[in-house]
Design a binder for this molecule. Structure first.
Ligand SMILES: Cc1cc2nc3c(=O)[nH]c(=O)nc-3n(C[C@H](O)[C@H](O)[C@H](O)COP(=O)(O)OP(=O)(O)OC[C@H]3O[C@@H](n4cnc5c(N)ncnc54)[C@H](O)[C@@H]3O)c2cc1C
Length: 480
């Protein structure tokens, strides 16, 4: 049983059911229909509050800053509503996790297996279910060219292929979209003839059923139960810790405080996760609107630690205005924050999500650096900044005030049921039998790039781990 048909869950269920003899039940809380805003890669309409494809979780980003945060709901999960940027984690991310079997070399074959990248060559897959394209021709917005030119003028290195595991710099952003159509994980992985696969949408799981320390199935929100030989939680970095907590698996004191019977004291559940804090810098643009099939965000400058002492920041160009006829934006993000968040249960049993962003001066300094770098790019020819006015950028205190008023998140939450404290390298929940996690919850820290491609690679790798019991010859081989 796989709970959650998101990026990782679809890849896992799809790969498992390529093998004869395996039966997989995929349970998804949300709908299955492929509405227009899910197909349109440039549309973020499904991220609005109240949209059936969006959980819109209430969160606290930092003390006093409350914001609903979108997460995908329905077949494809977050991959059905996201920005469709398809960028792998960096080698430093994977190697930094320090988990055996999850190094960059171990992960690379799973990225490759997932992709059909038009670039070809040994670093890219050519036969995977997810098509990967870069904006070109009429799909390349003029602001992207200006962005790359400005980065060169300012002395930043070029990074022509953001999925090559090479040194960071400025380059076009690959996308899992073809001719403007977002290819989400469900459309990529669940098609074709799969006699072993049963998919149930509108199937909200309430908790995992436990017999002692063994998972034996799930209880649904309507009170019915479904049994399974093995339960894999792929409900995403909010849904998975939420389900573990609701099942009595988590920090014992927090569970008791929430009135949940403690089945297994596991202090790491919902704790210590990270996500990228973000501020958008608007700029005026006189170009014609982006082509209807053009990806919404097209070019990025990455300054990773090592390359830059104030590093681990990203500036990402958005070539579609957030409101018709409005400004374009540079998204300024901190990619390796010190700050760590927590997910606990509120009085009604819902997830209480606290990001605790920008707790350290190190984090605040680097986010300021991201914004000032973006402002330099604008001055170097990308466009005319429309906010903040005056000398806000020149003064740390006033800039911190502006950041506080405009802070948001890139919605890249990872690490809420992490390898190490919560699951082992084979994704088994520590101290439990028959229960695994396979989604972005398991990453010890958020990667320095968006986690969409990595979520799918986790599903690909998990299929080998879950299936290995039954098919030991299924181990992946390194493609380089
Ligand atoms: C608006 C938005 C934009 C983003 N843009 C990008 C981008 O451009 N590039 C990038 O790299 N990353 C992006 N991300 C992040 C990326 O999409 C996610 O990190 C990734 O898709 C998460 O994959 P996952 O498998 O861990 O979880 P998800 O894809 O979120 O899947 C979890 C699934 O589990 C289901 N579920 C949850 N709870 C239950 C339950 N109790 N019962 C049954 N089902 C349940 C959910 O409905 C969902 O379908 C974005 C995310 C969002 C929300």
């Amino acid at each position: 049983m796989v709970v959650g048909a998101g990026s990782a869950g679809c890849a896992l269920a799809g790969r498992l059911t390529e093998r004869p003899g395996l039966r997989v039940l995929l349970l998804e809380a949300g709908p299955a229909d492929l509405v227009a805003e899910v197909r349109d890669a440039a549309s973020l309409a499904a991220t609005r509050i109240g949209h059936p494809r969006n959980w819109a979780h209430p969160t606290t980003l930092r003390s006093g800053t409350h914001q609903p945060v979108p997460r995908g709901r329905g077949l494809g999960g977050s991959s059905a509503i996201n920005g469709a940027n398809w960028v792998r984690a960096t080698p430093a991310d994977a190697d930094g996790w320090g988990v055996p079997d999850w190094t960059w070399d171990e992960l690379l074959p799973h990225y490759i297996a997932s992709e059909s990248d038009e670039l070809g060559g040994p670093m890219h897959g050519s036969a995977g279910p997810v098509p990967v394209r870069r904006p070109a021709g009429e799909l390349l917005h003029p602001a992207s060219g200006r962005f790359l030119d400005a980065a060169t003028r300012l002395g930043h290195p070029a990074e022509p292929d953001k999925n090559a595991g090479a040194a960071p710099g400025a380059g076009l952003v690959p996308a899992n979209a073809v001719d403007g159509v977002r290819v989400n994980a469900a459309t990529a992985y669940l098609g074709g003839d799969r006699p072993g696969l049963t998919v149930r949408s509108a199937a909200l799981v309430a908790r995992v059923l436990l017999d002692g320390d063994r998972a034996i199935g799930v209880e649904m929100a309507d009170g019915s139960t479904v049994e399974a030989g093995e339960v894999v939680l792929a409900a995403g970095a909010v849904g998975t810790p939420h389900l573990l907590l609701r099942s009595g698996v988590g920090p014992a004191d927090d569970l008791r405080a929430a009135g949940i019977h403690v089945r297994h004291d596991l202090p790491g559940v919902g704790q210590g996760w990270s996500d990228h804090p973000v501020v958008f810098l608007p700029f005026a643009d006189a170009d014609p609107p982006a082509h209807p099939h053009a990806p919404g965000s097209q070019a990025a400058l990455n300054l990773d630690a090592g390359a830059d002492p104030a590093g681990d920041v990203e500036v990402l160009l958005f070539v579609r205005p957030f409101v018709e006829g409005g400004d374009l934006h540079l998204m300024c993000a901190l990619q390796q924050p010190d700050s760590r968040g927590s997910i606990t249960l509120d009085a009604a049993g819902r997830p209480r999500i606290e990001y605790r962003y920008l707790r350290t001066e190190h984090d605040r300094r680097r986010l300021r650096h991201a914004i000032r770098t973006a402002a330099e790019l604008l001055r170097a020819g990308v466009g005319a900044r429309t906010a903040p006015g005056g000398d806000v950028l020149g003064n740390d205190r006033t800039l911190d005030g502006w950041i506080a008023a405009h802070l948001t998140t890139s919605v890249h939450l990872c690490g809420s049921a992490a390898m190490g404290p919560v699951v082992d390298a084979e994704l088994r929940v520590r101290g439990m039998q028959g229960l695994r996690v396979a989604d972005t919850s398991i990453l010890p820290t958020v990667p320095r790039r968006g986690p969409s491609a990595t979520a799918v690679a986790i599903g690909e790798k998990a299929a080998h781990l879950v299936g290995a019991l039954r098919d030991p010859s299924a181990a992946p081989t390194l493609a380089r």
